[in-house]
Design a protein around this ligand. Structure first.
Ligand SMILES: NC(=O)c1ccc[n+]([C@@H]2O[C@H](COP(=O)([O-])OP(=O)(O)OC[C@H]3O[C@@H](n4cnc5c(N)ncnc54)[C@H](OP(=O)(O)O)[C@@H]3O)[C@@H](O)[C@H]2O)c1
Length: 296
C-alpha cells in the first residue's frame, strides 16, 4: 500500500478506513471492531478516521474498547479525529442548538475526551471538523500549536474548509496545517473545478476525501454513473466501489479516500481500487456521467 507523507514524521496509508458508522453496526464489541481493524491492516490500511461527534459521541469509545482489549493494535495505526461540532447528544445532551466551537476551552476539552474515550495517549491528526463562523483564528491557531507542542497531537488539519478558511486559520498558527478532509466523489465533483483541490495541489498538501461512494448511493444507484461504473468494473474484474474509489486515486493531487463500510467482506476488498487502471478517456467518461453532460 502506498504511503503518503503528511508532515516530516507522519505518513498515512493511501486508503483510509472511516469510523463514522462504527457505532451503528449491530455488533460493536471489541472483538468485532478488532476484526475490522485487522482486515484493514492486512491490506496495509493503517489510517483510521474518527470524530468526537460520531455515533452521538460514542464511536471513539467503541474504537477505544478494541484498543484496550488488544494494545498491540495502536502502534500499527494512525488515528485521525475531529472536533468543533457540538450537537445536543451524548455529553452535550443539554445543549439547545447544534453549533461549532473553535474556542481554546472547547478544543482542549474535546481532545481530552477523545484521548480518554479511545484509550490513547496521542492523536496522530486532529482536524477542525467544519469552519466556525465565530472562529477567532489567533485563539484557535494558538491552541492547535500548543497541542502539537505538548505531544498530545502529532499534526493538525481541517475538514470542509474552503481555501479562504484555510488561509485564515493558517495565518493564526506556527504549525503548518497538514490536510483538508473534503467531500469528493462521483456524487460530489465540484471540488475538481471550484478551486478546492487546486489550492491544495499547488501546495503539495494531500487531501482526504470523505464519502467516496457517496455514502453508498454510488454503489446502490442507477443511471449513467452506475452504468459507466458497471461497465468499467466488469472489464477490470472488480466491483463498482473499486472503480468509484479509483476515480479519486487517478487524480494527480494526492487524494486519500476515506471508506466507511461496516461490512467485513467489503472491508477486505477496499484495496481492489488500487488494481483499477483509468486512462484519461475512461476517467472523463465517468466525470461526464457525473456532470450529466459532455465537458464544454
Ligand atoms: N469530515 C466530514 O465532514 C465527514 C463527513 C462524512 C463522513 N466522513 C468520513 O468519511 C468516512 C466515510 O463516509 P461514508 O461512510 O459515507 O463513506 P462511503 O464509503 O461513501 O459510504 C459507506 C456506506 O456505503 C454503503 N456501501 C458500501 N458499499 C456498498 C455496497 N456494495 N452495497 C451497498 N451499500 C454499500 C455502506 O454500507 P455497509 O456498511 O452495509 O457496507 C455504508 O453505509 C466516514 O466514516 C467518516 O470517517 C467525514
Amino acid at each position: 500500500m502506498e504511503r503518503v507523507s503528511l508532515s516530516p514524521d507522519l505518513s498515512f496509508s493511501r486508503l483510509i478506513y472511516g469510523m463514522w458508522r462504527v457505532a451503528d453496526d449491530t455488533d460493536t464489541s471489541p472483538a468485532h471492531v478488532e476484526t475490522k481493524i485487522q482486515a484493514c491492516l492486512a491490506q496495509g490500511i493503517t489510517t483510521f478516521d474518527q470524530a468526537d461527534i460520531y455515533g452521538g459521541y460514542v464511536a471513539e469509545a467503541v474504537l477505544g474498547g478494541a484498543l484496550k482489549a488488544n494494545p498491540s493494535l495502536r502502534p500499527q495505526m494512525e488515528i485521525v479525529t475531529k472536533c468543533d461540532i457540538v450537537a445536543p447528544a451524548g455529553r452535550y445532551a443539554d445543549k439547545r442548538v447544534k453549533y461549532y466551537d473553535t474556542s481554546r476551552a472547547h478544543i482542549e476539552y474535546s481532545v481530552e475526551c477523545s484521548l480518554r474515550d479511545m484509550s490513547i495517549d496521542h492523536i496522530d491528526m486532529l482536524l477542525i471538523h467544519r469552519p466556525d463562523p465565530l472562529m477567532d483564528h489567533e485563539e484557535t491557531g494558538a491552541v492547535l500549536d500548543d497541542l502539537v507542542q505538548s505531544g498530545k497531537v502529532r499534526a493538525v488539519g481541517v475538514s470542509n474548509f474552503r481555501p479562504y478558511d484555510w488561509e485564515l486559520l493558517q495565518a493564526g498558527m506556527k504549525t503548518s496545517l497538514a490536510t483538508n478532509q473534503l467531500e469528493i466523489s462521483l456524487a460530489e465533483v465540484a471540488p475538481f473545478t471550484n478551486g478546492d483541490i487546486a489550492f491544495h495541489q499547488r501546495q503539495n498538501q494531500p487531501l482526504m476525501a470523505w464519502s467516496p461512494l457517496g455514502g453508498g448511493d454510488l454503489v446502490t444507484g442507477t443511471g449513467d454513473v452506475a452504468d459507466r461504473l458497471d461497465s468499467i468494473a466488469s472489464e477490470q474484474g472488480v466491483d463498482r466501489a473499486a472503480v468509484a474509489v479509483a476515480f479519486l486515486l487517478r487524480h494527480p493531487a494526492s487524494i486519500l479516500p476515506v471508506l466507511g463500510t461496516n461490512n467485513l467482506g467489503r472491508i477486505a476488498n477496499i484495496s481492489d481500487a488500487l488494481k483499477v487502471k483509468l486512462d484519461r478517456e475512461t476517467w472523463f467518461s465517468l466525470y461526464e456521467a457525473a456532470l450529466g453532460r459532455e465537458v464544454a
